[in-house]
Design a protein around this ligand. Sequence first.
Ligand code: NAI
Length: 394
Amino acid sequence: MKIEPKIMRNVCLTAHPKGCAAEVEKQIAWVSKKPRDRKTPQRVLVIGGSTGYGLASRITAAFWGKADTVSVSFERSATEKRTGTPGWYNNRAFDRAARREGLKAVTIEGDAFSHEIKDRTVQAIKKKLGGAVDLVIYSLASPMRIDPDTGAKYTSVLKPLKEPFTGVTVDMMSGEVSSVTVEPADEQAAEETVKVMGGEDWKLWIDKLREADVLAEGVQAVAYSYIGPELTFPIYREGTIGRAKEDLEQKAQLISESLSDLSGSAYVSVNKALVTRASAVIPVVPLYISILYKVMKEKGLHEGCIEQIYRMFRDRLYAGGEVPCDEEGRIRLDDYEMQEDVQEDVHQLWHQASSENLPSISDIEGFRSEYLRLHGFDCPGVDYEEDADPRSIE
Ligand code: NAI
């Protein structure tokens, strides 16, 4: 069948198998060319390793660092008539490339919050990786979590706390800029968001891996966070998700303490705002990203997921010596984004934004194209007129 993008409210419901595979290969090709001049981890677990920052982490570990990897992700498989999720295709493209390079790769698809998937991961590390992991990346972005002990279901929401927030946002496909008001979350919704996107499950993972004796001496654990500028504070850092990220940051301390006898440590890495499936649905953020891309591209500072994560490996985690952190102990990869000159320019453009001038004051085209490519569309060299089998990346 012919596979086309179906996008509703910044959510793409389809994905192209060959396009997704081409995008994975592109990241692999980019990072493979980088000189291998660091001692990097040899066995790596990525929780949330099928798309976005997690996929870039797995690719960097494997194709720059030559690590064997295990990845956990939650994906919908393809059928004869329906496409799978992009992560489902990415996983297959990753496995194919790892086989080609002679790297071990175990790809586990299922709910990372469940006991079953944690147990399967432990078994995979023991039996297939043949040794303990020296890096664990936690890169989940999930709308919900079911507690496997109680059956309680928690939902994460992207809302302000205390007061309604009105801001401007953009519909990616039409380019229409409009005002949006988001009502504040009540306390229960805020607490549920912390349950889903905070650090509790990260700690459960590390405890489980530790008990099973699959963490190596000197292991490092990293989870991803975001801060961003004041423009997005009400909806992000000071909203429900920000509260969850604060919890994640606090858990990093606890996890670090629990790893001290292995001489291990845990970090939160604050990354740059980027187009991913998760970020496209946060109100206000797509407009911010479109403007940010324009400013950063013009200044030669733009990075995508793979460039950010490669920099985290090369200049932060494995630079040799102490890992450079801010005063709160966080790794900062948002340093270019938060540069004063970048933020000043973004701020100025932000206040001018309208549907009419959007193409000239922002990189909405770059945003759109990158979002499509995340789903395997708009990729150079892929024939979209050709009949494609949704079940195969070949
Ligand atoms: P993404 O949506 O591209 O990736 C999310 C990953 O989580 C996927 O691999 C998905 O399969 C997996 N996942 C979701 N629910 C799962 C479940 N129940 N069980 C197993 N796997 C599950 O998201 P993105 O943007 O890469 O986000 C990853 C982390 O990076 C998040 O913590 C996010 O807050 C953080 N971050 C994102 C930024 C951005 O601008 N995109 C900026 C800074 C941090």
